[in-house]
Design a protein around this ligand. Structure first.
Ligand code: PLP
Length: 368
C-alpha cells in the first residue's frame, strides 16, 4: 500500500456548488437558477467568445505560458512584464505562492471564514495556519491579524473583498496593517472582485497603487469578465516575488484559449460596464429586501451576499427551502461558516425571483 502523508490523508475533496442539471434531476424541477458560484449572469464577453473561436484551431500548439497576456497586463498596469504572472485561475496562483515560498517550519496567518480556496491550499501544503476570529460584523480583524504574526509567519492571506462574507477593509486599515507586517512576510492580497467593488465604492482600495515589495496582488478573469470556465488569473508583484513563482509554475499554464479570451475581454469595456452595473443593482436589491425580510446579512462589495441564519440547521433548511423553489445557493460549511449561506447576484429577473423565494422560504422556516 502507498502510504499517504498525514496532511493528505486529512484532505476532503473540494465540493463545488451544485449544478443546475444535478438539481433538475434530483428534485424534478425544470426551471432551476444557479446563484451559487459568483459567476457572471451575463455570460462571457462576446469579444472573448470570438477570440476562443479564432484560437481553437491553434489547439495543437503548446501555450506560451501566459506571455502574451503578461505583456498586455504589463501595459495596462504600467509595470514590467517581470512583475506579472498568469496561471489557470487565481486559485492556482494561491497554490503556486504557497508551493514557492513555504519552507519547513513556516506558518500562515489569515482570517476565520475566508475564501475556501486558500483554506484548501493551506491544508494541502500541511503548514499550520492561524485563523484569527472575524469581528462581530464579519470583517477581518486587522489588529488581531497584526498581532497573530510571529517569527514563524511566512504568508499572510487577505481577501479583499472576502468571499463569502462580502466584507472589506479600507485603505487606512491596509496601510496600518502593512506598517506592522515584517518585510519577510509575503502578503497575498486576493482582489478577485475588485472591478465590482470599485464600481460600488469609487475609493475602494487598490493594492497595486502602493508598490509594497512584499505584496502579491491576485486578480481573476472568472468574475467580471465571465471566463470562469477557461481558468485564467493573474498576479502582480515585485520581481523578487514573481521570479521564483515563474520558476515553480507549470510551464505551459494558462491554456491558449483562456489566455486569448482574457486579452479580448480586458478591452470589452461595454461588457464590463454592463456587468458591474447589473451587479450593483442586485446587491442593492438583496441588501434592501433581505433587511425587510428580517435577515442578518453584511453589506457586500462583491457579486454575492451572505445570509447568517443563526445555526447550521437553519442554514441547511434555508438552503433546502430555496432549492425546492428552484434556486441553488451556497451553504458555507466548507468555508467554516456552517450557519450561513451565500447568494450570488443574477439577472434582474433572477434576483427578483430569488427575493420572492427567500420571503416564502423564510416565512416557512423562521416563523415556525
Ligand atoms: N479568490 C477569491 C476570493 C474567490 O472568491 C475566488 C473564486 O470564487 C477565487 C480567488 C478563485 O478564482 P479563480 O476562478 O480565478 O480560480
Amino acid at each position: 500500500m502507498i502510504v499517504l502523508p498525514k496532511h493528505i490523508q486529512e484532505l476532503t475533496p473540494y465540493k463545488p456548488g451544485q449544478s443546475v442539471a444535478e438539481i433538475q434531476q434530483l428534485y424534478g424541477i425544470e426551471n432551476v437558477i444557479k446563484l451559487a458560484s459568483n459567476e457572471n449572469p451575463l455570460g462571457s464577453s462576446p469579444h472573448a467568445i470570438a477570440a476562443i473561436n479564432e484560437w481553437v484551431e491553434n489547439s495543437y500548439v503548446y501555450p506560451d505560458g501566459g506571455l502574451a497576456l503578461r505583456m498586455r497586463l504589463a501595459e495596462k498596469f504600467n509595470r514590467k512584464i517581470e512583475n506579472i504572472i498568469c496561471h489557470s485561475g487565481s486559485d492556482a496562483l494561491i497554490h503556486l505562492a504557497l508551493r514557492t515560498f513555504l519552507d519547513e517550519g513556516d506558518e500562515l496567518v489569515s482570517s476565520h471564514g475566508t475564501f475556501i480556496g486558500f483554506q484548501v491550499a493551506a491544508k494541502l501544503h500541511g503548514h499550520p495556519v492561524t485563523y484569527v476570529p472575524q469581528t462581530d460584523d464579519y470583517r477581518f480583524d486587522i489588529v488581531a491579524l497584526a498581532n497573530a504574526i510571529t517569527p514563524h509567519t511566512k504568508i499572510l492571506y487577505l481577501a479583499n473583498v472576502n468571499n463569502p462574507t462580502g466584507t472589506f477593509f479600507s485603505a487606512e486599515e491596509f496601510v496600518w496593517l502593512m506598517e506592522r507586517v515584517p518585510q519577510n512576510v509575503l502578503v497575498i492580497m486576493d482582489e478577485a472582485y475588485s472591478e465590482y467593488s470599485r464600481y460600488m465604492y469609487p475609493d475602494f482600495i487598490d493594492s497595486l497603487e502602493y508598490n509594497y515589495q512584499n505584496v502579491l496582488t491576485l486578480r481573476t478573469f472568472s468574475k467580471v469578465y465571465g471566463l470562469a470556465g477557461v481558468r485564467v488569473g493573474y498576479g502582480v508583484a515585485s520581481e523578487e516575488i514573481i521570479a521564483p513563482m515563474l520558476r515553480a509554475k507549470l510551464p505551459f499554464d494558462p491554456n491558449t484559449l483562456g489566455q486569448y479570451a482574457a486579452i479580448a475581454a480586458l478591452d470589452d469595456t461595454d461588457f464590463i460596464e454592463k456587468t458591474v452595473r447589473l451587479n450593483a443593482q442586485g446587491i442593492e436589491l438583496f441588501t434592501k429586501e433581505f433587511r425587510r425580510i428580517g435577515l442578518t446579512s453584511p453589506i457586500s462589495a462583491g457579486n454575492f451576499v451572505m445570509v447568517d441564519c443563526g445555526t447550521p440547521e437553519k442554514a441547511q433548511e434555508l438552503y433546502m427551502g430555496l432549492l425546492r423553489r428552484g434556486f441553488i445557493t451556497r451553504p458555507l460549511g466548507g468555508f467554516s461558516l456552517p450557519h450561513c449561506i451565500r447568494i450570488s447576484t443574477g439577472t434582474l429577473e433572477q434576483n427578483l425571483g430569488l427575493v420572492s423565494a427567500m420571503e416564502d422560504a423564510v416565512g416557512e422556516i423562521f416563523k415556525n
